[in-house]
Design a protein around this ligand. Structure first.
Ligand code: SF4
Length: 438
């Protein structure tokens, strides 16, 4: 008997990676097994992202390239999941009628029912993109591959409504899982062999339950035995409260690392973005973080060329970057998303200006990262061994708690070991170390 097979391709953020693991679990419970060869799959899902125009284009091209599989096998179930499904369902239905299923991020529980119904009527289309105020998939644990880090989704949705962002419309309102359920899933992940977890949420530190907030959750998770490292992403600066920094400073297994999205260094642009903090408040927050956590590594997200951004306002962003000295940054040109407030602003910035600002910002950040990394030479740092170095099969690659990759000789170390290294070289974003053996 032929076994039913599924294939999932995931685009966009880590929330989608985590959601794909949930969907995989649902499919496996319904008798499907995973395949890495989409040509042999009975069910193909693309879990999509709508955050940038480019991500949508990629999925549309991918769907077109999959049309031939549908022609060859009319029983194949081809589905679009995630943010793009929610945002562009009508466009997909019209332009790509060979897509069988369109499900938004809150509709994945329907998958078993859909698969069964389709067995009765293979030409039926299913569309459900309704957002829920309550869906948190609380008791549905994901199907994870063996690995180092387990992504654990703790809250869904966003109430912040930044004017450039489509997420509040595609993922709905903020809602959090219970502390008990997150602790249970983390304990399970550790007993399955994961040594690190990353707590995930669109605004992870807006986590709120009747039993406690994000700091309480971190405190409970940090007590789990054999969990070497706890990370979280992405927090919102507005919700980065003292109790979170306090619990981080008191628990060694919570990484000294915060990804703190700046977006812009200009107070006027931040206001236009509806980020709810200004330049000075962001700088003060970074100082406060360094008071609680003196060696805390910081990374950030920055958008250049937001509508109306003047050259001086862009220089304000460079000023914050130079003052805070982020270890690393994800830097983007503003991408207009239909349906958002910022897309309606009449003072959009030309592509050439956005490009030159992005290049200048990247150059500035690269120099800062280089300087920070060169300062690491001679220092002792701990890494967890994660994988073989891409450049040499006799070397391992591991990450510091500050999220920097370090390459070192394999010696007798194994994947998942914690190794103390003396850093002897820094090249670009990578460090090179020598194991300190006693
Ligand atoms: S905080 Fe802003 S950028 Fe982040 S998901 Fe919410 S609306 Fe989007």
């Amino acid at each position: 008997m032929n076994e039913n097979k599924y294939y999932i391709e995931t685009y966009g953020c880590q929330m989608n990676v985590s959601d794909s693991e949930l969907v995989a679990n649902l499919l496996e419970k319904n008798g499907y097994s995973k395949t890495d060869n989409m040509q042999s799959a009975d069910v193909i899902f693309l879990n999509t992202c709508a955050i940038r125009e480019k991500a949508e284009e990629t999925v549309n091209n991918r769907l077109d390239s999959l049309h031939f599989l549908k022609r060859r096998n009319p029983n194949l179930l081809l589905g679009v999941l995630g943010c793009m499904a929610k945002n562009l369902k009508d466009a997909i239905l019209e332009s790509r009628p060979f897509v069988d299923v369109i499900l938004g991020p809150d509709s994945y529980r329907k998958i078993p029912e859909i698969i069964n119904d389709r067995k009765q009527e293979s030409s039926k289309h299913f569309v459900d993109t309704k957002l829920s105020k309550f869906e948190i998939y609380d008791e549905m644990f994901p199907s994870r591959k063996e690995g180092i880090n387990a992504w654990i989704s703790i809250m869904r949705g966003c109430d912040k409504f930044c004017t450039f962002c489509i997420v509040p419309f595609t993922r709905g309102r903020e809602r959090s899982r219970s502390i008990k359920s997150v602790v249970k899933e983390t304990t399970q992940a550790v007993s399955d062999g994961f040594v690190e977890i990353t707590l995930l949420g669109q605004n992870v530190n807006s986590y709120k339950t009747p039993e406690g907030g994000f700091a309480d959750l971190l405190g409970e998770i940090s007590k789990i035995e054999n969990l070497k490292r706890i990370r979280y992403t992405s927090p919102h600066p507005r919700d980065m409260t003292d109790d979170v920094l306090d619990v981080m400073s008191k628990n060694d297994n919570i990484c000294n690392y915060i990804h703190l999205p700046l977006q812009s260094g200009s107070s006027r642009i931040l206001k236009r973005m509806n980020r709810t903090y200004n330049k000075e408040e962001f700088l003060l927050l970074c100082e406060k973080i360094k008071t609680y956590l003196p060696n805390c590594a910081l990374s950030t997200d920055i958008i250049v060329g937001f509508p109306g951004e003047t050259d001086n306002e862009f220089r304000e962003t460079l000023d914050v970057v130079n003052k805070v000295k982020f270890n690393s940054a994800y830097m983007f040109k503003y991408s207009s998303r239909p349906g958002t407030k910022a897309a309606q602003y009449s003072d959009q910035i030309g592509e050439d200006i956005k490009q030159s600002r992005l290049e200048e910002l990247i150059k500035t950040q690269k120099e800062i990262t280089n300087k920070i990394n060169i300062k690491c030479i001679g220092k002792e740092m701990q890494v967890i061994v994660e994988k073989e170095s891409k450049k040499s099969c006799s070397q391992w690659a591991g990450r510091t708690e500050g999220n920097t990759w370090v390459i070192f000789d394999k010696m007798n170390f194994n994947i998942k070991d914690t190794v103390t290294l003396r850093i002897h070289d820094a090249q670009g974003i990578t460090l090179f170390g020598t194991p300190i053996t006693s």
